[in-house]
Unconditional design. Sequence first.
Lengths: 111, 112
Amino acid sequence: RKEVEQDPGPFNVPEGATVAFNCTYSNSASQSFFWYRQDCRKEPKLLMSVYSSGNEDGRFTAQLNRASQYISLLIRDSKLSDSATYLCVVIYSGGYQKVTFGTGTKLQVIP
Amino acid sequence: SQTIHQWPATLVQPVGSPLSLECTVEGTSNPNLYWYRQAAGRGLQLLFYSVGIGQISSEVPQNLSASRPQDRQFILSSKKLLLSDSGFYLCAWDKTGTQPQHFGDGTRLSIL
């Protein structure tokens, strides 16, 4: 089983739609979780942290389910500019910091 | 605020030539530093990471090497490039304690 798994997509959704991505992780002792956004031919950029209680930033909501070992990202009212690849990141710090990136889920918002 | 600089942005090199990519971080001390490679349409592959000056850990065997001559400087090198070394190379930094990584703009390397 991969340490971090994401559905590669692509998810093709119309403007205004709500879309959700999941990301599963295998190390139950993982401590920090993040979502990154990567545009084509660009570097990944931090989108938001994922907190145990769930957190929201505008149209974006991130949640963590420790029992089932997955994190999710919900995008409401999709915009054309949301088209990108979304990477989940899981961090384990147990004497050393191990950062694991998912391979990403591609989102294409269609007019 | 912290910034990360990576150069060059684009590089075209012939097979067998040497390589040197440089990355520097400003505004922080003793960062963890990372080199990743991303092949076209693929995920990030961690190549090297460093938790301090002169300390390098390699994640995958390859003909690349890394060095950290100064606290905030990370260099990726090769003596002889292969066609398979083509890709998008990204430098990143973070601070231990479950903080997120921040990436440089990346270097797009094409081997001819």
